[in-house]
Design a protein around this ligand. Structure first.
Ligand SMILES: Cc1ncc(COP(=O)(O)O)c(C=O)c1O
Length: 428
């Protein structure tokens, strides 16, 4: 079986667009996936510290989700259904209300958007603009919100922005928490918005990630987030929390802002919401801002019933009580401890992130890329993030067991030591 992305004779190299990306870093033919393990066509197993970029928080092919989906298929349950009423959608909404929204006192409505994160962000931005009658949005340095034109205007990454080929407008960029040295970036935002001559148009929304996934695992404190929420409120702007990567348990609780006393007007979710890697995205919107008329923001794929089936199972299985949260906390502790020891191998390196959204900042994109490539050779799938791709990011499934997690960390440690050793030799 041909596994080589580098082999120009493969159908992928011949016919798949140049825009393909992950397959270049991980040039194998993956034929099977279970839990936290991927298997290629030659029977080689890889520990998955990427988890579909956090779209597989519950691991690959969870047996209960697989069974429920199998039963749905076997009974000729509706697959695609526009946004028609179906039992699968009803069950998902009932579970979401009972297990997620009601216990948190959230009266938000659930708007199903097209099934990607960018779709949800587009919808949230449009809602904020329509509800406030304003156009400008405050977004932050290193923020990542997707690559469709509206979302891309809020995304900070220069490489992605370069792909737009049109001016990316109606967004004002402000420095994220802790990104401007000793400057208090919440104070700075407050000062700028309070000054009618700051040049910043009154914002419709403030759009923020609580932990920047693609931007380098930068963590905003609860206090900073509360201040941003207060500033948004003071200036009549809606607070949009983009929980597409940090949500669904990744940072330790269902929402990344749980327990912080933050009352988001809009929350975007996608990635692991379906639980099974099936495309599904939503905007949670406070009733007062549920401003779209029927089909005003439409789209064919707003009713992925297969995703509703697995999403419902994910909620009932993992979020009906606090056991999963405890399990994430244990694994997060294991990861943080080992990653700190790994970071200690490289001068200047440090651990970043929160919960099971952790990584090692190696200070150099080249070093991080080398280490990830070595990891892949040794059977670990892991990638980088950050402005310079300098952070090796661990996004293991939240369900990974301690032993498999430990083996993945062993591989990462060996790759880092190998790299540090090579560096020392070169310096001598
Ligand atoms: C925080 C955040 N928002 C939005 C997106 C875009 O989601 P998608 O790639 O599904 O369009 C991502 C993707 O990584 C993300 O991390």
């Amino acid at each position: 079986m041909n596994t080589g992305e580098t082999d120009e004779h493969t159908i992928f190299a011949r016919r798949e667009s140049n825009a393909r990306s992950y397959c270049r870093s991980f040039p194998a033919m993956f034929v099977q996936a279970l839990g936290a393990t991927l298997t290629d066509g030659e029977g080689r197993r890889y520990i998955d510290f990427l988890a579909g970029c956090s779209s597989l928080n519950y691991g690959h092919n969870d047996p209960d989700m697989k069974r429920a989906l199998g039963e749905h298929l076997a009974s000729d349950g509706v697959a695609m259904g526009l946004d028609l009423h179906t039992p699968a959608k009803e069950a998902f909404l009932e579970s979401f209300e009972r297990l997620i929204l009601s216990p948190r006192g959230m009266d938000h409505r659930v708007m199903f958007t097209g099934p990607t994160g960018a779709n949800a962000v587009e919808a949230a931005l449009k809602i904020a603009r329509k509800a406030t009658g304003r156009t400008n949005v405050i977004a932050f340095t290193n923020g990542f919100h997707g690559v469709t034109a509206g979302a891309l205007a809020a995304t900070a990454n220069g490489y992605h922005r370069g792909g737009a080929s049109v001016p990316l407008s109606h967004v004002t960029r402000m420095p994220y928490a802790g990104s401007a040295g000793s400057v208090d970036t919440a104070d700075l935002l407050a000062t700028m918005l309070a000054n009618p001559s700051s040049g910043i148009d009154r914002p419709a929304a403030v759009l923020v990630e609580t932990v920047q996934g693609e931007g380098g695992l930068n963590v905003a404190s609860a206090e900073w987030l509360r201040r941003i929420a207060g500033i948004a409120r003071d200036h009549g702007a809606l607070l949009i929390i983009d929980d597409i990567q940090a949500g669904c348990g990744r940072t330790g609780s269902f929402f990344s802002f749980d327990g912080m006393g933050i009352d988001a007007d809009l929350v975007t979710m996608a990635k692991s919401l379906s639980g099974f890697g099936l495309p599904m995205a939503v905007v949670l919107v406070k009733p007062a801002y549920d401003v779209f008329g029927p089909a005003e923001h439409n789209g064919t794929f707003r009713g992925n019933n297969h995703a509703f089936v697995t999403a419902g199972v994910a909620l009932e299985k993992f979020w009906a009580n606090g056991a999963f949260k405890e399990r994430i906390a244990e694994r997060a502790e294991q990861l943080r401890g080992r990653l700190s020891a790994i970071a200690a191998q490289v001068p200047g390196a440090s651990v970043k992130g929160r919960g099971m959204m952790l990584g090692v900042d190696l200070g150099s994109g080249d070093v991080a890329a080398d280490i990830c490539a070595t990891c892949f050779e040794k059977g670990l799938v892991i990638e980088t993030s950050g402005a310079f791709d300098e952070v090796v990011k661990v996004l293991a499934p939240l369900t990974i067991d301690a032993e498999t997690c430990g083996r993945g960390l062993d591989i990462l440690e060996a790759a880092v030591i190998e790299h540090a050793g090579a560096n020392r030799q070169a310096a001598e």
